[in-house]
Write a protein of this length. Structure first.
Length: 427
């Protein structure tokens, strides 16, 4: 029986513990695992058999999380990681070497911008930023050493939905996979269905929803023909000296179309070690059980807040898909189903001082550097999350001095609006 995404969020990857019958997924808080014998250990390390070796590389609790999100996204395999930043880094690094490049949307989170523009450049991997409002910009920025395209489904804080289908089609024509950060739109969008090759999340945000745990995940769609573009992906198609000359496309064939996920696990995760703790994996599984309900409430509340702010005299602009028109609205409606997510941006008269005054006068909303909690949150991006960017980069990312980002929670809408109104009255 083929279940829907909401049902998979509760059941995929696990039914009950075979020993105890426990329905809740156990937390396997262990570093290592007993091998049956010497040959078993040798087979595991040689990848001729899959199984648990060491929790830096895999763990039974984390495995359920990976299976669940793979099923929910319609992918082939997943790899859980220590943070969303680790997922962003590994997603590109898994295909790239020094001297390679990738093309990235300008509409991304500030921390990701800095990771790509500074840290990865220092590694010799070049990012080429383009405006996603013109999908053809990705084609124009590509060359023979372009290894991937990267974008955010519902960009934080621009909130103009990325043209997934259009950019994915360009990429497949050129042999370049599209990697989509779907952090702000779980349930609402499944990027693999629109042509993306890889989906990633900061599980810290909406998937968890509780604001207690840091994590990230990569989901390999299993839908990209790496073999048809061998020259573009030497890291997958040529012998890897770190594994006795293993060729990852060949090594993965007995396991399915999971060369991308397999390589990320047994090279990057093995060597760099950004593994998710079993306890955090357990916490994310708890959050995922209710993510469909929460995304519905987040979306309803955020749309109501956007409509309310659009009528407020002190708000000069509201940033939310429900307030957009033309191509931006068309893309939102084409890619999002069931709501527009929980993020709302607004610009206030008075620029930076007005934005900071609004935040300081809030009583219900929390002033924190996060999104996607069940509770409502806010921050002033230009002085915090995007403060590493210069003036030109800030505008490209959609951040003005007076921009305030709201992550609308699942509280009663009247309480949210009352707090926003009393804070605006003091600006």
């Amino acid at each position: 029986m083929a279940h829907r995404t909401e049902t998979k969020a509760l059941h995929a990857g696990y039914r009950a513990d075979p020993t105890t019958g426990a329905v809740a997924v156990p937390i396997y808080q262990t570093t290592s695992y007993q091998f049956r014998d010497a040959q078993h250990a040798s087979d595991l390390f040689a990848l001729s058999e899959l199984g648990n070796i060491y929790t830096r590389i895999m763990n039974p609790t984390t495995d359920v999380l990976e299976q669940r999100l793979t099923a929910m996204e319609g992918g082939a395999a997943a790899l859980a990681l220590a943070s969303g930043q680790a997922a962003s880094l590994y997603s590109i690094q898994n295909l790239s070497q020094s001297g390679d490049n990738f093309v990235c949307s300008t509409h991304i989170y500030g921390g990701t911008w800095n990771l790509f523009n500074v840290t990865m450049r220092d590694m010799g991997i070049e990012v080429r930023f383009v405006d996603p409002s013109d999908p053809e910009a990705f084609r124009k920025a590509s060359d023979d050493r372009t290894r991937a395209y990267y974008g955010e489904t519902l960009p934080n804080p621009k909130l103009e939905v990325f043209p997934i289908a259009e950019v994915a089609a360009i990429g497949r024509e050129l042999g370049i996979p599209l990697i989509m950060d779907n952090t702000a739109a779980p349930i609402l969008c499944r990027p693999l269905e629109h042509g993306a090759a890889v989906t990633m999340y900061s599980t810290t945000k909406y998937l968890g929803g509780h604001g207690t745990s840091i994590g990230g995940i990569l989901i390999d769609g299993g839908n990209f023909d790496w073999e048809a573009h061998k020259e573009r992906f030497p890291v997958l198609t040529r012998p890897d000296p770190g594994y006795h000359g293993a060729v990852w496309l060949e090594a993965a064939k007995p396991l399915g179309p999971i060369a991308y996920a397999l390589k990320a696990r047994v090279t990057l995760l093995r060597d760099a070690g950004a593994c998710m703790s079993p306890f955090n994996a357990f916490m994310f599984l708890q959050g995922i059980e209710t993510v469909a309900l929460r995304m519905q409430r987040h979306s309803e509340n955020a749309t109501a807040v956007a409509a309310h702010l659009a009528q407020h005299p002190k708000v000069t602009k509201v940033i939310h898909p429900s307030q957009q028109e033309g191509e931006a609205r068309r893309r939102a409606d084409a890619h999002l189903s069931g709501g527009y997510g929980g993020l709302v941006g607004m610009e206030l008269e008075g620029d930076k001082a007005a934005g900071q005054s609004f935040i300081d006068n809030l009583k219900l909303l929390y002033h924190v550097a996060n999104i996607g909690d069940a509770r409502s949150l806010t921050i002033h991006p230009s002085s915090t999350t995007h403060s590493q960017l210069n003036a030109e980069e800030l505008l490209a990312a959609g951040v003005t001095p007076g921009y305030v980002r709201l992550s609308i929670g699942i509280e009663h809408i009247d309480d949210i609006l009352e707090d926003i109104d009393q804070a605006l009255a003091k600006v």
